[in-house]
Design a protein. Structure first.
Length: 380
């Protein structure tokens, strides 16, 4: 199989599965239990928290484990609105957020909030100024993703954070960094966001584990789950110890590669440039957006329906995505915001790389796409 859909999910390295297996079968103690077997697990959970926090560039006490990126996004939005409930009922976000943010904002609309959705330009870009211009005295929250999952666009979060401090310091800033964590260099310390959502299964950890960074500026954190006091009393429920172990080990595996993180990032950027070069030889290929993230490339085979391409290549063991995996069968709201002609929008596919993706895999994909182009009739 040729797997070019790492933005949808990633394979779990053997080391990660082994670390989880040990926790599931031998170190299965409950971190809340009073005896040594439980206390030991509590210490381990804190060590794993430290590992993930180090990779994110934040103190461990500010990192809270959740069940997924979606949960982290939902929590950030409700917690920000709760802290700023006396400031006002206005949210600024973008029209290209993942549904985890978009639907949470829509839910806040039902609670009486007004939501401003910033529109991107035809390449998916949004400037910090556009976001800041929309901020008002009553803006409780700004939520802008760090890397777009469909286009690979990197949004200027640090610039937005700096601008917010001047325009309305009380407004809280959330960023969905699910497609950025361990994919592009950034640190919670320098980014300036109050909330940062990440997810394990995008970086070689199992599905069912995520985390939310909450800055010290959020003094009155609204608990997500009330109960037994886990996660500093903010997200109760017995810790998913095996998943947490897997998350930390996945982070270590990515850090322990023979090349540095910066080297991996630039090698993947070169791989993306190589893919673009090869794809450019296929008539009717158009690149979509100007996403600079090294691991995501969106393109359209203009006139050929994307779902047919995905099915055809899938039957040959090549996994790619038609826009976002979360929007199967429906036109994605992100592509819709670009206002592309129907023939272009209908043919959008996304390929996304992992640290071990090879040129040979890219070549196989390009060749299959060319065959699809040369042998199937355009229908759009
Ligand atoms: N945010 C972005 C940008 C994503 O790409 C995804 C998943 O694709 C999510 C949030 C949701 O993460 P999870 O699958 O862990 O809920």
């Amino acid at each position: 199989m040729i797997y070019l859909d790492h933005a949808a999910t990633t394979p779990i390295p053997r080391d990660v599965a082994d670390a989880m297996y040990e926790v599931l079968t031998e170190q299965y103690g409950n971190p809340s239990s009073q005896y040594a077997f439980g206390a030991d697990m509590k210490r381990r959970v804190e060590a794993w928290r430290q590992t993930v926090a180090d990779a994110l560039g934040c103190p461990a006490k500010n990192l809270h484990f959740t069940s997924c990126g979606t949960e982290s996004d939902n929590w950030a939005i409700s917690a920000a609105c709760w802290q700023n409930r006396h400031l006002g009922k206005h949210i600024v976000t973008t029209a290209v957020e993942h549904s985890a943010v978009r639907e949470s904002c829509r839910w806040m609309e039902k609670q009486g909030y007004e939501v401003t959705f910033i529109q991107p330009d035809g390449n998916g870009n949004i400037t910090a100024q556009q976001v800041l211009d929309a901020v008002r005295e009553d803006t409780a929250l700004v939520s802008v993703m760090l890397v777009n999952n469909e286009l690979g666009t990197v949004y200027p979060i640090a610039e937005i954070a700096a601008g917010l401090k001047k325009k309305n310091p009380a407004t809280l800033l959330h960023t969905d960094a699910v497609q950025a964590f361990l994919k592009i260099p950034f640190s919670a310390r320098t980014l300036g966001a109050d909330f940062i959502a990440i997810s394990g299964h995008k970086v070689g950890a199992p599905k069912g584990i995520g985390a939310l960074y909450i800055s010290d500026r959020v003094r009155n954190v609204k608990p997500l789950l009330a109960g037994g006091g886990q996660e500093s009393g903010l997200r109760a429920g017995t810790e998913a110890t095996a998943q947490i172990a897997g998350f930390a080990r996945a982070v270590e595996v990515r850090m322990e590669r023979s090349e540095t993180f910066e080297e991996t990032v630039s090698r993947m950027a070169r791989l993306k440039a190589y893919a673009k070069e090869q794809l450019a030889s296929i008539a009717d290929v158009q690149f979509i957006g100007s996403g600079e993230a090294p691991h995501i490339l969106a393109l359209s085979l203009v006139g050929w329906p994307s779902q047919n391409i995905v099915n055809d290549l899938g039957s040959q063991g090549i996994c790619i995505s038609a826009g976002s995996a979360c929007h199967q069968g429906r036109p994605s709201h992100v592509i819709a915001t670009l206002k592309l002609p129907k023939k272009v929008a209908g043919g959008v596919i996304r390929i996304s790389f992992g640290p071990d993706t090879t040129k040979a895999e890219i070549d196989a994909f390009v060749s299959a796409l060319k065959t699809h182009h040369d042998t199937r009739m355009p229908m759009l």
